[in-house]
Design a protein around this ligand. Sequence first.
Ligand code: GP9
Ligand code: MN
Length: 421
Amino acid sequence: DSSDITTVENYTLSKNTEKNPDYFGAAKGMNVIYISMESFQNFLIGYKLHGEEVTPFLNSLAKDPNTIYFPNFFHQTAQGKTSDAEFLMENSLYPLPQGSVFTTKAQNTFQGLPAILKDKGYYSAVFHGNYKSFWNREEMYKSLGYDMFYDATYYNMREENVINYGLEDKPFFKETIPYLQSIPQPFYTKLITLSNHFPYLIDEEDQSIAPAQTGDETVDGYFQTARYLDEALKQFFEDLKISGLDKNTMVVMYGDHYGISENRKKAMSNVLNRDINNFEQAQLQRVPLFIYAPGLKGFVNETYGGEVDVRPTVLNLLGVDTTHQVAFGTDLLSKNRDEIVAFRNGDYITDKVTSVKGKIYENDTGQIVEDATPYQKYSEIVKNELELSDKVVYGDLLRFHKLSGIKTPAKTKLDYTKAEH
Ligand code: GP9
Ligand code: MN
């Protein structure tokens, strides 16, 4: 009931951190493009296969003067996979322990990023080369307040451009550029890629690096589809420049969730040249996060964070006050944030230790900590946080939370079957 929302409000209020004056408003008024990089894990950044960089474009972006790169950033998804990552990023709430919020709770009231930015004059749209029913996206995007969803019906799905779940990333980005040029500005958009999806299939003519040689076909092909995604991103950045959009657009890129499951530890030991135990497996849940914007002071930010933290980070960059929002994440650019990354199963990682399957490991050494008592409080914090977030989702509590300027999206007026622009 409404007393539960008060508990939640007080908790998320207490999580507020200090704004970073060097970054608050640094991208004010700019367009925003999110790119979901399918199954992209951070170990690929800088990795060399057969003596070659696998992802030369992203490697160079990590060092770009206008890009902030977060190497200690973790996915926090569960069974809802891509949709869980989207849910975390749009709402700064945790996904559910079972099932996907997108498919089971799309009727809820949310205060999603599109609705928050609408109040600041932003038009919002999603672009994706698969059909709108997948992950119940059409319904959920209406609840989040997206003005438009350009799904596969807006793309040329000719056979040679389609593989696995949908459109290949290169034609997808190519065909998205004219839409970006025609929609109203400022815009908030999300582009969801597909080519680097399990089981990592790729046409012969699209292969520009030889597969790995672990003997595990999934792991071996993963490097080839990751390379293809890297090339597609490079081409997209070039096309953004040609279109002129790069001059007033912030680009936020993230790996949505892991690509190589824990059943493939053996092949991964081969890839990384070390034994993959539970501690190492937890470290492998890192996915990259990049934030590019013209004029932004770039650097490698080593803070420990997760997908739940992206919304407050981006809103602060846009100069939007987040104080009264119900958000479980904190601004990754704030100097006084707590570095505790909660995973959906109650495990967690901090800047010092990793808690996995009931054991605490020191990050520096990978050794088990003998006396776990000092860390007891972290498990309590994580447990409490997940429970509060679940209360919001199961109880549809945002119905009772009034946020000034935010209107509940008029779902029945949203129609994704015709593009206006
Ligand atoms: C499907 C795509 C992949 O449209 O987003 O979803 P996933 O299987 O990774 O959750
Ligand atoms: Mn995915």
